[in-house]
Design a protein around this ligand. Structure first.
Ligand SMILES: Cc1cc2nc3c(=O)[nH]c(=O)nc-3n(C[C@H](O)[C@H](O)[C@H](O)COP(=O)(O)OP(=O)(O)OC[C@H]3O[C@@H](n4cnc5c(N)ncnc54)[C@H](O)[C@@H]3O)c2cc1C
Length: 414
């Protein structure tokens, strides 16, 4: 098998991979190879024809394909080589990738690797809905691809399970295509998507949202005939007397994304049990030297802009590693405290300002996110609204936290 050498290899040609590859090239990496298993660059954005992409980074609300095109143009300006229809099958801790396309299998030895493999959707099997197995049960991404890229309508009457942003956006999209969306059901007592999407995708179209409610049975033999909904009590059980049948030919599951990290696992990279993505430092370097990660493979993002920003940093770091090999060493651990579900990055060098991303456990109002080191408040930021669905981003200057002995902690307080 032939082996080719590159400075930086980027796995995945979605917005994260596009940003990482051009940043690596701009930061001085001489040969940058971007590998994408799909037939075009842009990742999930190709099927997201609604607008709302780029508001933070570009100051305008673009559609997914428009946003992706800006980064595709930057990539060709930067002279990055992209291999499409090419799958990375294996990655080892020596930064060797095994790659497959119609020409066969080859090996690439990289000076540094950036993993930008995105997410996959949770399926019916992952949430174990009982009942028969008829046609008509889809994940949101599959319906989005059918409708927006192949012009295929999957049904006429739909129920959506899951009120995350993808489920909400699909409720509006299906309605605009003439499908009757009976309702969106959400097992949690609060919506999982952003408040603006509840208004723009459900309220504006009179689509009911049933909280603390889930699908407890699927009916139909060849094709879906309907589903049974039921209310879920505070202890997680079905509330007696609340089961009701809803006739529909489509059940759309929007029940979460899982970072796609099979390659990271093969390379021996340590993953966070909370984010399911690699544990990284402020250079976006993982536990294996020379391996970096960004985008949805690192943590599920609600805004693509942040996926692009952190991946740019990952790409720059990869170029430095592949060149001199010298990156600031992480010496300060970061720990989530009360009210914080996770915080990324999980370790800091103390040499530069850091943009932290985090999510909270519960919806709350008028609280503070507080960073502390050795009991000393390093940064305190008021949050009028804390929403588990919305990623929080806070920048902290290095001079605020670099001195001290213990970890940097982040918590929600009064
Ligand atoms: C329905 C939906 C609506 C959204 N709406 C918005 C919005 O309105 N505004 C907003 O800002 N954000 C939105 N987002 C979020 C945004 O799209 C994501 O944050 C972003 O796409 C993540 O980029 P990524 O590159 O990490 O992942 P992806 O876009 O998923 O790209 C990952 C790429 O890696 C490739 N890949 C994976 N494994 C391999 C392998 N082994 N070999 C080769 N290639 C591989 C995949 O084929 C894919 O192209 C939405 C997302 C979805 C799903």
């Amino acid at each position: 098998m032939r082996t080719e050498n590159v400075d930086v290899a980027v796995v995945g040609g979605g917005p994260a991979g596009l940003a990482a590859a051009s940043a690596a090239s701009e930061a001085g990496a001489e040969s940058v190879l971007l590998i994408e298993r799909g037939e075009r660059l842009g990742g999930i954005l190709n099927q997201c024809i609604h607008d709302g992409f780029g508001t933070k980074m570009l100051g305008e609300a673009l559609t997914g394909p428009e946003y992706a095109q800006i980064f595709i143009d930057r990539l060709s300006d930067a002279g990055v080589i992209s291999n499409l229809d090419t799958m990375v099958l294996d990655l080892n801790s020596d930064r060797e990738l095994t790659i497959c396309n119609e020409d066969g299998i080859r090996r690439v030895k990289a000076g540094a690797v950036v993993i930008c493999t995105g997410c996959r959707e949770r399926t019916r099997g992952a949430i174990r809905i009982p009942g028969s197995r008829p046609a008509g049960v889809y994940t949101a991404g599959v319906v989005q691809e059918y409708m927006n890229m192949r012009n295929i309508l999957v049904g006429r009457k739909a129920v959506i399970l899951g009120s995350g942003d993808i489920g909400l956006i699909m409720a509006r999209r299906l309605t605009l295509e003439g499908v009757k969306v009976e309702c969106v059901a959400e097992i949690l007592p609060h919506p999982s998507g952003l408040a603006r999407n509840i208004v723009q995708c459900l309220d504006d179209f009179d689509i009911p949202l049933h909280l603390s409610t889930t699908v407890v049975e699927i009916h139909g033999t060849d094709h879906l005939r309907g589903i049974t909904l039921a209310q879920i009590g505070p202890k997680g059980g079905v509330v007696r007397g609340t089961k009701r049948f809803i006739e529909c030919d489509t059940l759309l599951l929007s029940v979460g994304l899982i970072p796609e990290n099979e390659l990271a696992k093969k390379a021996g990279i340590e993953l966070s049990p909370v984010t399911a993505g690699p544990i990284v430092d402020d250079q976006f370097q993982t536990s294996v030297p020379g391996m970096f990660c960004g985008g949805n493979a690192l943590q599920v993002h609600d805004l693509v802009d942040y996926a692009s920003m952190e991946s740019q940093k990952a790409g720059q770091s990869a170029a430095i590693f592949a060149g001199s090999g010298r990156l600031p060493a992480p010496s300060i651990p970061v720990q989530p405290g009360s009210g914080i579900r996770y915080v990324v990055p999980q370790a800091l060098s103390g040499e530069e300002a850091v943009d932290f991303s985090m999510r909270v456990f519960n919806p709350e109002e008028d609280r503070y996110v507080v960073f502390r080191r050795d009991g000393r408040v390093v940064r305190r930021m008021k949050q009028t609204e804390l929403d588990p669905a919305a990623m929080i981003r806070i920048r902290v200057r290095a001079d605020r936290f670099k001195d001290g002995e213990g970890p940097l902690t982040v918590e929600v307080t009064d």
